[in-house]
Design a protein around this ligand. Structure first.
Ligand SMILES: [Zn+2]
Length: 284
């Protein structure tokens, strides 16, 4: 006889009895994607324009979508992009979204010394605070790449959380008290939709049906274990008209399901720090 269906252990509890948390993130990389891949302003004009589509066209359309559904999101913005698109950054904050750190020119931290990493973080904080009028409390490392000292550096600047690791289904605490809100590559639009031939980025772009099915399955699975569903997107990809439609289909399903607590990173970090979702060991 086949036993009843397997029920994985619940990993956390969420506000209002929600079955899972949902964090909708945008990494507004803009031109820094091309610059960090070796492009220059004097060359690769098409590549740069493809990336600039993010802050100039994609992000405003995504903000319209989120305003329509009155949903909160978290925008991680490199300082170089914030300085070049101050109106966008101010709109993100004015519409109630969270502004987070994402390097200056999208530097891969693993290629930096600790002093250089600290200088990039200080510059990022200074630029975002000056442009937006608010001090960010969360950090997403470009490329999800961090150094052993990164949590210490973030706490030394008063930051509350990191969203760069992949070590659990729910937020957890670093030794120094920094909250980690983990993501995963399968929950990224980059792996599904990014493509540029030279310099080469991305893969064979995926079909919408596959991606909607995969991200919806991830949502149902997050509900099953009481997980934290972290969807990471890039406006130069997800801000294209057909991708906005795909995202809207996913958001409508989640809203119709009604089982999620949809929150900004800092709210999830606050909840995790209070330990309200700590039924097991180290995870909070
Ligand atoms: Zn990025």
């Amino acid at each position: 006889m086949i036993p009843p269906e397997f029920q994985p252990a619940k990993r956390a509890e969420w506000p209002g009895g929600a079955a899972c948390a949902v964090m909708l993130c945008f990494d507004v990389d803009g031109e820094t994607v091309a610059l960090s891949e070796g492009a220059t302003y004097g060359s690769h004009r098409s590549f740069l324009s493809m990336c600039r589509y993010g802050p100039e066209v994609g992000a405003p359309r995504l903000l319209d979508l989120f305003a329509h559904y009155r949903l909160p999101a978290t925008f991680f913005v490199p300082a170089h992009v914030a300085g070049g698109h101050p109106g966008l950054v101010r709109r993100i904050v004015a519409e109630g979204h969270e502004l987070g750190l994402h390097g200056d020119r999208h530097e891969k931290l693993t290629a930096l010394s600790r002093p250089r990493e600290e200088a990039v973080l200080d510059r990022s904080l200074e630029v975002l605070e000056r442009v937006a009028g608010v001090r960010p409390s969360g950090h997403r490392a470009p490329w999800f790449a961090t150094n052993p000292w990164t949590p210490e550096v973030l706490v030394s600047r008063g930051l509350d959380y990191s969203a760069s690791e992949m070590g659990d289904d729910v937020p957890y605490l670093h030794d120094n008290g920094l909250v980690e809100i983990p993501g995963q590559w399968a929950m990224e639009d980059w792996e599904q939709f990014a493509f540029h031939p030279e310099p080469a980025i991305g893969f064979q772009p995926a079909g919408h049906d596959k991606v909607l099915r995969m991200w919806w399955d991830e949502y149902l699975a997050a509900k099953r274990v009481g997980g934290c569903y972290v969807l990471t997107m890039h406006p130069f990809l997800m801000g294209r008209p057909a991708k906005v439609r795909l995202l809207e289909d996913l958001l409508r399903r989640i809203l119709e399901d009604g089982g999620a607590w949809i929150a900004r990173g800092r709210e999830i970090a606050d909840w995790a720090r209070r330990g309200t979702g700590t039924p097991t060991g180290e995870s909070v």
